[in-house]
Design a protein around this ligand. Structure first.
Ligand code: SF4
Length: 151
């Protein structure tokens, strides 16, 4: 079981450590991820001033980033769609449907491999979903959404 939370610059390193220490006893993993939901809202839905409205700084982009999450994670949606990660909110990260193929065939299939190659290779700009993912952004108080996972 994994517990995930998001933080902004308003959360201190001590508060983050405290959150991890408090919750680690109850779950297998605690993941601390930079808050980027407003990147979706501002870039995807065209609401550019949303950061100011809530007094938050928009995080800066890193250089080219690779993401390895689709190598060990998939998301099954209620309609059976299988996606590359838990952050998939577009059709672009769907690589099968469990009502049409077995889970193992989907996991090992060509569409999944194509997506993994692209994402692990760092072609995140090309995928609408990955373009606004936390792993592409810098934060002062945490390192990186994917690599910040603790067991
Ligand atoms: S870059 Fe983000 S959205 Fe894309 S696969 Fe990785 S975690 Fe998911």
């Amino acid at each position: 079981m994994k517990l995930t939370t998001t933080v902004t610059k308003r959360d201190s390193a001590a508060e983050i450590e405290d959150f991890i220490a408090t919750h680690s006893a109850y779950v297998d993993e605690v993941q601390v991820s930079g808050f980027t939901h407003f990147v979706h809202v501002s870039d995807h839905f065209g609401k550019e001033k949303i950061w100011d409205e809530f007094g938050l700084d928009r995080p800066d982009l890193k250089g080219k980033v690779k993401c390895f999450l689709p190598n060990f994670e998939m998301l099954v949606k209620p309609n059976g769609d299988i996606c590359a990660c838990c952050g998939a909110y577009t059709e672009g990260l769907v690589y099968g449907n469990v009502y049409q193929e077995s889970l193992m065939d989907i996991w090992r299939g060509g569409r999944a491999e194509q997506l993994r190659t692209k994402i692990c290779g760092g072609d995140l700009e090309e995928l609408e979903n990955c373009r606004v993912c936390p792993v592409r952004y810098k934060y002062d108080n945490i390192d990186n959404a994917v690599h910040n996972t603790r067991k």
